[in-house]
Design a binder for this molecule. Structure first.
Ligand SMILES: N[C@@H](CCC(=O)N[C@@H](CS)C(=O)NCC(=O)O)C(=O)O
Length: 205
């Protein structure tokens, strides 16, 4: 197996975070320079099928893209610690929060950076209003997570799961545009401090 990774990008970061939580250190990791367009070369496209990272290339050459699909596959290869759920009920609840984390918070935060940080102009025709609207949406959505985290240490279960990793990677990426969790969201701030204290936080940069 081989993982195509891009050091500063948020979706590959999810996978690096996941691997760090699992304590996996023996996976071959190949850096792809998005800013230099390395993901748009004919060779990369022929192997991966889409101009994105991350991508996990299996030993038979099959490419798995989409960070969450990559993590799901890796969960089956490295089952412990469990990050996707141990039974149908838990798995569904983790999936629910993972989708909320991705669609309501991480994705808008990524768009806020993509459209708001000058360095990303090489990848995106930037529209300041898109950055502002996505930033505002993410801030609103974090209130949902704050309510959840008022009664739960972690987002989806009584332990860290993939849902935490998805929200965490998104919030950390948004530091590029100086995004901070509003002070009023004390539970998210407490959770974020706990996430930053974990060994897996080092997988970010
Ligand atoms: N939904 C995909 C998104 C993948 C994605 O957008 N990756 C970004 C890096 S975070 C990328 O490769 N961007 C290249 C580009 O925009 O040209 C996933 O979760 O893996």
């Amino acid at each position: 197996m081989k993982l195509y990774d891009s050091r500063l990008a948020p979706n590959p970061r999810r996978v690096r975070w996941f691997l760090a939580e699992k304590g996996v250190e023996d996976l071959e990791i190949v850096q792809v320079d998005l800013m230099a367009g390395a993901h748009k070369t004919p060779e990369y496209l022929a192997e991966v099928g889409i101009a994105n990272t991350p991508a996990l290339i299996l030993d038979d050459g099959v490419a798995i893209t989409e960070s969450l699909a990559v993590c799901r596959y890796l969960e089956s290869v490295y089952p412990e610690p469990n990050l996707f759920g141990r039974n149908p009920r838990e798995t569904a609840i983790i999936e629910m929060w993972t989708r909320r984390a991705e669609l309501l918070a991480a994705m808008p935060l990524m768009q806020a950076v993509r459209h708001g940080h000058p360095a990303l102009a090489v990848l995106e025709t930037q529209i300041p209003e898109v950055a502002a609207a996505n930033r505002a949406m993410a801030e609103r959505s974090l209130a949902l997570f704050d309510r959840r985290l008022a009664t739960s240490e972690w987002i989806a279960a009584d332990r860290v799961t993939i849902a935490d990793g998805v929200l965490y990677s998104g919030v950390e990426f948004a530091r590029m545009v100086r995004f901070e969790v509003p002070e009023a969201l004390a539970n998210v701030r407490r959770w974020l401090a706990a996430m930053r204290a974990r060994g897996s936080a080092k997988a970010g940069s």
